[in-house]
Design a protein around this ligand. Structure first.
Ligand SMILES: *Cc1c(COP(=O)(O)O)cnc(C)c1O
Length: 351
C-alpha cells in the first residue's frame, strides 16, 4: 500500500466514487434527467439547465498553467476552505486522529478539524521572535495519529512569511508520517516563490492557493489544493460531484486571461506600496504601539486602547478586524489594505 493510502482513512481509500453522467457536449443528453430548455434569461454559455463539466477539467487545466504545476496535481474547490475540509475528512478519523496548528493563525484549520472530530494540537509561533515557526516544538508533537500539520505563510493574522528553510526542514523530518499543508493564500503579496515546486521531491507537502486575495475573486469561491496526484485523487472522491457551479466555471475561465494576470501583478504592486505607506502612517499615530511588518495585503497593529480604535473606525464607517481573540494579540487589530482613499479615511479616524 502506498504511503498516502496508509495515511488516509481506510473507508476513503476503498470508497468507490460517484459515477458522473458521461460528459460529451456534442451528444444529445437524455441521460442526466435535466430539462432540455434553458431559462429564458439564462445567458450562460453551456446553459444552466445542464450539469457542469465533471471535475471541472477545463478550469483545472487553466489553473494548473497559471500556477505552473501538472493538472493531475491540482484540485479546484469552493475556496481553500473546502480544500481544508476535504483534507480533514479524507485523512482524520473522528475521535482518533489529530492535526497540528500554529497559533495565532487562520481559524479554519481548527474549526474544520473540530467538525470532523479530530483533535487540535497547538504549537504557538514564537511571539517574541516575530511569530516565527518553532520547528523543534512542532516536531515533538509528531505521533502516528497526527495526520495533518498546517502552516500559513504569509501567516494570517500576523502577516509574516515563515522561513522556507524551516518549512522544508519540518517536511523532511515528518517524512511521510503526516501531510504538511502550507497555506499560501497571500503569497502573491510577498517576495517568496510558492513551495509547489518542492512537491515532486517531497510529496508530503500540500499547498493551498486561492483566487480570493490577489486575484480579487473572493466572491467566486475558488481555491486550489496543489499536492501529490495520489492525494488529489483521494480528495476528488470526497469532493461533491459538481463542486463548482457552471456560472463560476465560465466566469473564472474567461477572467483568467493574460491581461488579468498582468493586472494582478500591477495591483499587487499598488497594494505593496500602500502597505508601506499605511504602515509608516500608522506607526506615527499616538494610539498605536506597534505595527508588524507584513508580506500580505493587511497589517496587524497593536493599540493602547483597541476598543476605542474600533469604535472610531466604526464611527467613520470603516470595518477593521478585531484580532484581540487570538492568543498573544489582546491589543491588536487587523487592517486590510484598501484603496488610497479608503486607507486615508481610516488613518484620519485614528489621528
Ligand atoms: C483568506 C484566506 C484563505 C482563502 O480562503 P478561500 O476559502 O479560498 O476564500 C485561505 N487561507 C487563509 C489563511 C486566508 O486568510
Amino acid at each position: 500500500m502506498s504511503w498516502v493510502a496508509q495515511l488516509a482513512r481506510a473507508e476513503i481509500v476503498t470508497l468507490k466514487s460517484y459515477e458522473h453522467a458521461s460528459w460529451d457536449p456534442r451528444r444529445i443528453r437524455l441521460h442526466a434527467n435535466e430539462l432540455p430548455w434553458r431559462h429564458h434569461q439564462d445567458e450562460s454559455a453551456a446553459g444552466l439547465n445542464r450539469y457542469p463539466e465533471p471535475g471541472a477539467q477545463t478550469l483545472t487545466a487553466r489553473l494548473a498553467q497559471v500556477y505552473g504545476v501538472p493538472a493531475k496535481a491540482l484540485l479546484i474547490c469552493r475556496g481553500s476552505d473546502e480544500a481544508i475540509d476535504l483534507l480533514m475528512r479524507t485523512f482524520c478519523r473522528a475521535g482518533e486522529d489529530a492535526v497540528v496548528v500554529c497559533p495565532p493563525t487562520f481559524g479554519m484549520y481548527a474549526i474544520a478539524a473540530r467538525i470532523q472530530g479530530a483533535q487540535v494540537l497547538s504549537v504557538p509561533l514564537n511571539a517574541d521572535a516575530g511569530f516565527t515557526l518553532d520547528a523543534r516544538a512542532l516536531l515533538r508533537r509528531r505521533s502516528p495519529n497526527v495526520k495533518l500539520v498546517f502552516l500559513c505563510s504569509p501567516n494570517n493574522p500576523t502577516g509574516n512569511c515563515l522561513s522556507e528553510t524551516a518549512i522544508l526542514e519540518v517536511a523532511d523530518a515528518l517524512e511521510q508520517s503526516a501531510i504538511l499543508v502550507v497555506d499560501e493564500a497571500y503569497i502573491e503579496f510577498s517576495e517568496r516563490k510558492s513551495l509547489a515546486q518542492h512537491i515532486a521531491r517531497r510529496p508530503q507537502i500540500a499547498i493551498l492557493r486561492t483566487l480570493s486575495k490577489a486575484h480579487g475573486l473572493a466572491g467566486a469561491r475558488l481555491g486550489t489544493l496543489i499536492a501529490d496526484p495520489e492525494i488529489i485523487a483521494l480528495l476528488s472522491k470526497v469532493r461533491a460531484p459538481y463542486a463548482v457551479p457552471q456560472l463560476v466555471l465560465e466566469a473564472v475561465t474567461t477572467l483568467l486571461s493574460g491581461v488579468h494576470l498582468r493586472t494582478v501583478n500591477k495591483r499587487v504592486e499598488v497594494i505593496r506600496s500602500e502597505r508601506t505607506r499605511v504602515r509608516e502612517m500608522l506607526g506615527r499615530l499616538p494610539g498605536v504601539t506597534s505595527v508588524l511588518p507584513s508580506d500580505a495585503n493587511f497589517l496587524l497593529a497593536r493599540f493602547k486602547d483597541p476598543a476605542d480604535a474600533l469604535a472610531r473606525a466604526a464611527a467613520a464607517g470603516v470595518q477593521v478586524r478585531d484580532a484581540r481573540g487570538y492568543p498573544g494579540l489582546a491589543d491588536a487589530l487587523r487592517i486590510s489594505i484598501g484603496t488610497n482613499e479608503e486607507n486615508d479615511l481610516l488613518l484620519k479616524a485614528w489621528s
